[in-house]
Design a binder for this molecule. Structure first.
Ligand code: RB5
Length: 169
């Protein structure tokens, strides 16, 4: 396995890259496969549920994972619903989160390279296990390109500041 991007090494104070993982009922089966795939790669995985495929509401699970990533308790989040879209929308409500629905490897690569995305969202209805392997591998091995993309990501953070953090003062 390729090592973690340099920016994340030591981020959590432990050697292994740590992934916060969750799903809703539609994404449950794929989440189970992702957890085993990541563990087999030697990554630390914190599974935030659910533990079965009984109906649940995806925002509840998006928030759990987003909170872990925003608090730097995990290097990346991975969320699975039917399309990846609901999880993406919900996770992006948490300041500091840049969640990207990436059901193909080009989206996964560019979300990391250009957007420095820190949460990958996937659609259990959209991809099979083999595609998941390719997307996850691409995500984990692609560093943020920086350069002019840095300025744009800083502007995303500035929106968080204006619409979320300032209201707490
Ligand atoms: C649940 O039925 C479904 O809406 C959810 O999995 C997801 O696709 C939402 O974006």
């Amino acid at each position: 396995m390729a090592g973690p991007p340099e920016e994340f090494q030591g981020c959590t104070g432990v050697e292994k890259m740590k992934i916060a993982l969750a799903a809703d009922h539609v994404g449950f089966a794929l989440k189970e496969k992702i957890r085993e795939y990541l563990k087999n790669k030697g990554l630390e995985v914190e599974d935030h549920g659910p533990s079965n495929s009984e109906p649940v509401d995806y925002p509840d699970f998006a928030e759990k994972v987003a909170a872990q990533v925003a608090a730097k308790q995990a290097d990346y989040g991975v969320l699975v619903c039917g399309t990846g879209i609901g999880m993406m929308i919900a996770a992006n409500k948490v300041p500091g989160i840049r969640a990207a629905a990436a059901n193909d490897t080009i989206s996964a690569r560019l979300a990391r390279e250009h957007n420095n995305a820190n949460v990958l969202t996937l659609g259990g209805r959209m991809i099979d296990e083999a595609s998941m392997h390719q997307i996850v591998d691409t995500w984990l091995s692609t560093p943020f390109a920086g350069g002019h993309h840095e300025r744009r990501v800083e502007k995303i953070d500035a929106i968080d500041q204006r619409y979320h953090l300032e209201k707490k003062v």
